[in-house]
Each structure stands twice: as C-alpha cells, then as structure tokens.
Design a protein around this ligand. Structure first.
Ligand SMILES: Cc1cc2nc3c(=O)[nH]c(=O)nc-3n(C[C@H](O)[C@H](O)[C@H](O)COP(=O)(O)OP(=O)(O)OC[C@H]3O[C@@H](n4cnc5c(N)ncnc54)[C@H](O)[C@@H]3O)c2cc1C
Length: 484
C-alpha cells in the first residue's frame, strides 16, 4: 500500500484519468509476458510527456518509493513485474514519432512507440528499422532499448544496441541525461551501450534516436526440411562458414512444426524432424546468386526438400508460421515456459542433443523454435501448472538448460533479459567480482536502489545460497560467502 499523501502528490502531476490506484484498475499491470510471477502495484501512473516523467521520478526519489518503468509489458523475463509498495510508470502514452530524417537515416521517437510502427513510418522513405522481435506489433522501443531486444533479422543487421544512435533518459533524481550522439561516435565512456540492456535499472528512456536502413531491393526465403535436428543444426554452421550472412536463419523442430501447422497452416513439412528458414536479402543479382549457393549447401548438409518463396506475399506466408510459433505452442499445453539462452553457433548440435536428454530426464516435452544463425535458443517447456510439482520441475529444467548453455561457452540470456527469471542463472554465469561491479554501477546511477529493484542483478547472498545447490565443474561458487 502506498501512503495517501504520496498518491495525492502524484495526482497533482497527472490528470486523474492517468493515475490508477484501485485494485481492479491496477490488476492488468500485475504481470508481463512471464505470467508465472504476479504482484499488484501500489499505483500505476501514465504520464503524457517528459516533464511529467521528471516530476514523478523526483517525487518517488524524495519519498523513497520504488518505480518500475513499463512499455508494452511483453517482457518474457518478468522485467516489468511491479513492486507491491511501488509505482508502475507506464510510458504507453509517449508514442509520438518526433522526426524522420531520411538524409541522416534516423528517426527520433518517444519510448512508447511500437517497434513495428517505426518501420511503418519509415516505409514511405524506402527505409526500415532492422531489429524485429517477434513481438514487434506490440512491444515498445523503450522496452526494446531496456532489454537490448533482438529478432529474426539481427543476425545480419545487429541487435538494438547496434541500431540506436542516441538515448535521452531521466534518472531517478529527475535529472535528464543523453547518451550517444547524432554523429557516429561520442566522446567519453560508452554509456549508450551501458544504458541499452540495463532493464530499467539505471534510468527511464524518454526519447530514442534509431538508425534506419534502406529496405533491401529483393529477398528470397528458403524453407529447408531435415530428417534430423542434428543435420539441420549442422547446416546452420555450414551456411555461415561459406561466407553467407542471411537476413534471417531460423530453426524449428518437429513439435514446433506440428503446433504451427495445426494453428496457421502454411505448408511446413510435418514429417520433417526440423526445418530451417533461411532468408537472403540485398540487391537482386546478389540475392539470386547467394540463394543458389545457400540451397546447394543446405542440400549437401542433408536437406530432404527445399521450397523457395520469392514474392513478398509468398515470403510473408512462410514467415507467418514462425511468427505465430509461440501462440501455436500455447495451444499444445495449459502452460509453457520459454527459455532464452545463447551459445556459440558451432555448439548447436550437441546443445540441442543435451536439451533433448534433459527433456527426457525431467519428463517434460520441449519444443525448439529459435534464431539459429546467432545461436540464440528458445527451448519452450510445455507443462501444466495444475499438476502438483510440475511448475517447480519446469523451473528446474529451465535452470538446467541455461547451465548447459553456459557450459557450452554461451550466456543465460540471448535477448529476453534477466528480469526476475534468470537471477539464479546469473550466479551460474558470473562470479562475485563481476556481480559486485554490476551493483556498483547500479549504485552510481541509483544509490537508493529505487528503479526496478530486485531485477537483473542477483545479490551476492542469493548467489551464495544458489551456489550451495549448484556445483559447476567441481567448484562451489562464492566459496568465501557464509551459507545460511
Ligand atoms: C510473443 C513474444 C515474442 C517475443 N519475441 C521476442 C524476440 O524475438 N526478441 C526479443 O528480444 N524479445 C522478444 N520478446 C520479449 C519482449 O517483447 C521484449 O523484451 C521487448 O523488448 C519488451 O518490450 P516492452 O515494451 O513490452 O517492455 P516491457 O515488457 O514493458 O518492459 C521490459 C523491461 O524494460 C523496462 N522498460 C520498459 N520501458 C522502459 C523505458 N521507457 N525506460 C526504461 N526502462 C523501460 C521495464 O522496466 C522492463 O525491465 C517476445 C515477447 C513475446 C510475448
């Protein structure tokens, strides 16, 4: 519960329609895309401009009230999970496209602008914004910056961090900061990169200058079927090894194919153990040549059939299945849990084999649909939370899969962020000196720990507790910290 004096002060900053305090009004904000965790916030406030954001943060800072910034609430790691006695600061009403500069190939946008809306606004200039999370019809650019979001086309065009020029943010004190520059480089520490992916812990994004790219002249999409997951995984490395950088290189295994075909039939071969979607884009002559080259490599790697989609509507029809994979899998079990780990691409075959073994060991089905080209895995565990112990078993399986990713030289998150979901997994990946540095950076921006508390960076004690259970290569992490 929040103090009445505090909520009355909030009411002087925004109109009454933009301040929600009744439980039935704040209920829709109790979770994000990771519905496993829920918390009812003390208040939700929806500012309409930067001045209101500044005033809200100043007030929260003075009253020492925690604040969780929220874009569209599509986070899959619990990043925008509220704090009970705190404020949810929704940026949904800041959704102006401030300017598009076709000559500089940039767009200046407010944080609540949807990812896809940027490309739609840039389309008349022959430009587009490259990072394209599968949630792009809904997720906001502010959330993308906070999570350093990725997507199908990030293999070729880079993640959010590679496609943002400048970020304007408000610190918890109400101070305004700008990181990055309109020019290609900026002096000083690269705080733009630090801010990108900081999960709302360092400041609130109020404006973003993104890079726009020319829309490729032409594109072709290959849909290749394989008789084994191993063969498909091997083909991914073979394509990249040949010097081809596809616009997108995605993989789906049999459970994912079956789910998609039952939901949005788009002609995926249901007898295949795995399919690869390999899109080549660029100038027409280059695409034709690369497409033939990629097709030959896929066949040599064991593809049993290959379909080519050339026209835009044909490609969209094939992509439709991949883009609908999550909701399609949502129909296969009462609950699903999407893991997000990344590994070096060359380790795909053995890590996928390891995931299949873990799936058998924990007796829980796992479907795979993921950005294969950049080694970003999304194993999806299908379960039923109504069955006693199944949710806990699912969480343990998720942790085991992420530990496998780290062992393979990868990371516990590819693009969905740490949030609350991967706090323990962070203890697998990092030792105390690194975690301590993360805390110091947080402290430099937000000494009272008011912005998105309890997310992204585990406490050293939490790691010590987790380390009691987790022995990695024979060593207990944080041996110096007392176990309770
Ligand atoms: C079906 C589905 C598919 C998805 N596919 C992908 C994918 O392909 N790639 C990918 O990367 N992600 C994917 N996601 C995850 C999610 O869409 C991304 O993490 C996205 O960037 C979150 O944006 P959002 O606006 O919904 O942010 P929210 O969920 O509202 O917030 C996410 C985090 O950002 C912080 N935040 C939000 N706005 C601001 C702001 N203005 N300033 C500071 N901090 C802020 C929040 O505090 C929170 O920590 C998917 C999610 C779903 C549901």
């Amino acid at each position: 519960m929040l103090d009445r004096t505090f909520t009355s002060a909030l009411a002087t900053i925004v109109p009454s329609s933009a301040l929600l305090t009744e439980p039935e009004d704040t209920r829709p904000y109790e979770c994000d895309g990771l519905t496993l965790y829920r918390e009812q916030p003390g208040a939700v406030v929806l500012p309409e401009n930067e001045a209101q954001v500044v005033a809200i943060l100043k007030l929260c800072h003075a009253a020492r009230v925690p604040v969780v910034a929220r874009g569209a609430g599509t986070s899959l790691s619990g990043g925008s999970l509220p704090v009970a006695a705190g404020v949810v600061l929704s940026l949904a009403k800041l959704r102006r496209i401030v300017a598009i500069d076709a000559a500089a190939r940039t767009a200046i946008v407010e944080p609540g602008v949807r990812n896809l809306a940027i490309s739609e606004a840039a389309a008349p200039y022959g430009l587009f914004y490259a990072p394209d999370p599968s949630s792009q019809i809904a997720c906001s650019i502010g959330g993308n910056v906070a999570e350093n979001a990725g997507g199908v086309h990030c293999l070729k065009y880079g993640l959010t961090v590679h496609n943002v020029r400048k970020v304007r943010g408000v610190l918890i004190t109400g101070d305004i900061v700008e990181f990055g520059a309109d020019a290609l480089d900026a002096p000083g520490y690269d705080l733009l990169a630090l801010f990108t992916g900081s999960e709302g812990l360092l400041g609130v994004v109020v404006e973003v200058t993104v890079k726009l790219l020319p829309k490729p002249d032409s594109a072709r999409l290959l849909l290749a079927a394989f008789a084994s997951v191993d063969a498909a995984a091997g083909a991914v490395s073979a394509v990249i090894r040949a010097g081809i950088v596809p616009g997108g290189l995605e993989m789906m295994d049999r459970p994912a194919i079956t789910a998609v075909e039952a939901y949005v039939p788009c002609g995926y071969p249901t007898d295949a153990e795995a399919v690869l979607l390999c899109e080549l884009d660029g100038i027409e002559a280059e695409v034709v040549e690369e497409c033939a080259h990629a097709e030959a490599i896929l066949r040599a790697s064991g593809a049993t059939s290959i379909r080519t989609a050339i026209e835009a509507h044909e490609r969209a029809a094939v992509w439709a299945g991949r883009k609908a994979a999550f909701p399609a899998l949502g129909r296969m079990a009462p609950d699903y849990y999407c893991i997000d780990g990344s590994i070096p691409r060359g380790r795909l075959p053995d890590v996928l084999r390891g995931i299949a073994e873990l799936s058998r060991e924990y007796a829980l089905p796992v479907a795979n649909v993921f950005h294969a080209g950049d080694g970003n895995l999304h194993p999806i565990i299908l379960y039923d939370a109504a069955n006693a112990g199944e949710r806990e078993r699912t969480e343990r399986l998720g942790t085991a899969i992420l530990a496998l990713c780290v062992e393979a030289g990868g990371s516990v998150t590819g693009e969905h962020g740490v949030g609350v979901e991967k706090l323990d997994a962070m203890c697998t990946q990092f030792a105390s000196p690194e975690i301590e540095r993360f805390h110091r950076i947080k402290h430099a921006f937000d000494p009272h720990g008011l912005l998105n508390p309890g997310k992204a960076i585990p406490t050293l004690h939490r790691c010590a507790e987790f380390g009691r259970m987790h022995v990695h290569r024979g060593a207990v992490p944080f041996p110096g910290i007392e176990r309770f």
